[in-house]
Design a protein around this ligand. Structure first.
Ligand SMILES: C[N+](C)(C)CCCC[C@H](N)C(=O)O
Ligand SMILES: O=C(O)CCC(=O)C(=O)O
Ligand SMILES: [Fe+2]
Length: 421
């Protein structure tokens, strides 16, 4: 579509006898007034690294590296990186955006090989690297993933032979931590081996990543089948696949599981890639996918056991996608903790149940189920925004410990180590 439009503009320009004018000064206002359109390409060379631009009435159009990008004029003023507008020491804006005229337009535009120079009506000059602009344009971002991932089922995960990291490498080397985080970000699960089977060492493993998220379960939690807390997790019953803390406005981003002891049978852990299932729904049932992205749900945790009194409510759809590129970033799926649906009319509710069924069927495909028996020494890290966990019923004494981390804090260290997150 773009190339068609571009071809039209080129031929229109040729007809009007407009010549390539890279680097030439044009008063945009004068240019627009004289033509009455303000819609002329000022450089006509079609080579990809060439850059051409148009001052439209309400936006700036830039063709660079084969991509057509459109920028709002207030945006162009707002993102000025000059010393008076932006503090590079703190990476913070000093410009008062609310003081920018909403109908601002540059008085002058100049482009050289690498940079675009905009002079505003008050004389202030803004320069942008063309690379920076194309990196930060909406059009550029739309084509990019925020976080590249490898979606899996039981076989593809096993075939990938993702290595566990040893406790030593994980604690003592940055490469170890980085490799671990790389796998965690790609697959949504990762393992650390040779961790002493203590609560303290599990805590130390968590803190190697970031600080622990303290919740109603404390910092480190302990799990035995003593029903010390009002939740099915604290029994010997099987737990179907789910994500945790769906009843928080922001569900926890990472969860650690360390099985410190189990003398008995059963109790295997189930892991399912929620995004793999959701992508299947997107591919084959787009309307259902969209419904799961938009219908708001409540999850809740009501507890009155012993000294624990809690009533948590979290609101949000099952599937969460970024609005600009539709990339999935969070699944909230817990049929135990889903609260009364009372904010959705009956006909929509019925559609939602059908969509939920389609997703549940995908999540339940046996080939999507990765079963592992957690052993003392092996700590499992789960991306609770992506991978569902569950467990088989069990007999005997079984003791787990673990904790939650906030997703922001996990991504923070990943970025600091140079990973795309
Ligand atoms: C993990 N830990 C044992 C502390 C809590 C279990 C909470 C279980 C709750 N139904 C949920 O899914 O969030
Ligand atoms: O017992 C288990 O293996 C997991 C229980 C559970 O789902 C949880 O603690 O979040
Ligand atoms: Fe859970």
């Amino acid at each position: 579509m773009w190339s068609h439009k571009l071809a039209q503009l080129f031929s229109e320009a040729r007809r009007l006898g407009i010549k390539a004018a890279k680097g030439q000064h044009y008063g945009s206002a004068r240019f627009c007034r004289s033509t009455g359109i303000g819609n002329r390409y000022l450089s006509m060379a079609p080579a990809t690294q060439e850059c051409s631009w148009v001052l439209h009435k309400d936006h700036f159009e830039l063709l660079y590296s084969g991509t057509c990008m459109r920028f709002d004029y207030v945006w162009l003023r707002d993102h000025c990186r000059s010393a008076s507008c932006y503090n590079p020491k703190t990476n913070q804006r000093s410009l008062d955006t609310a003081s920018v005229e909403l109908d601002i337009r540059p008085a002058q535009v100049r482009v050289d090989e690498t940079t675009i120079y905009l002079t505003w009506p008050d004389g202030h000059m803004t320069r942008y690297g063309l690379e920076w602009l194309s990196q930060n344009s909406y059009e550029g971002q739309k084509q990019q993933l925020v976080q590249p991932r490898i979606l899996w089922n039981a076989n593809t995960y096993k075939e990938a032979n993702v290595p566990s990291i040893s406790y030593f490498d994980f604690l003592e080397t940055n490469e170890g931590l980085k490799d671990f985080l790389k796998n965690f970000l790609l697959y949504g699960i990762a393992f650390v081996d040779d961790v002493p089977a203590t609560r303290e060492d599990t805590e130390r493993a968590a803190q190697r990543i970031s600080h622990i998220r303290e919740t109603i379960y404390g910092k480190m939690w302990d799990l035995t089948s003593d029903f010390s807390r009002g939740d099915t997790a604290y029994t010997k019953l099987a737990l179907d696949r789910h994500t945790d803390t769906t009843y928080f406005q922001e569900p926890c981003g990472m969860q650690l599981f360390h099985c410190l002891r189990h003398e008995g049978t059963g109790g295997r852990t189930l892991l399912v890639d929620g995004f793999h299932a959701a992508e299947q729904v997107r591919q084959h049932h787009l309307e259902d996918f969209d419904l799961l992205c938009t219908v708001p749900l409540k999850h809740e945790y009501i507890e009155n056991v012993g000294a624990s009194h809690n009533h948590m409510v979290g609101i949000g759809p099952v599937l969460n996608v970024y609005p600009w590129n539709k990339e999935l970033y969070m699944i909230r799926y817990n049929n135990y903790d889903r609260a009364v649906i009372n904010t959705v009319p009956h006909d929509l509710v019925h559609h939602w149940y059908a969509a939920h069924r389609i997703l549940s069927n995908e999540l339940r495909r046996p080939e999507n189920e990765l079963w592992v028996k957690l052993k003392p020494g092996k700590v499992l890290f789960v991306d609770n925004w992506r991978v569902l966990h569950g467990r088989e019923s069990f007999t005997g004494f079984r003791q787990l410990c673990g904790c939650y981390l906030t997703r922001d804090d996990v991504l923070n260290i990943a970025r600091l180590l140079g990973l795309k997150a």
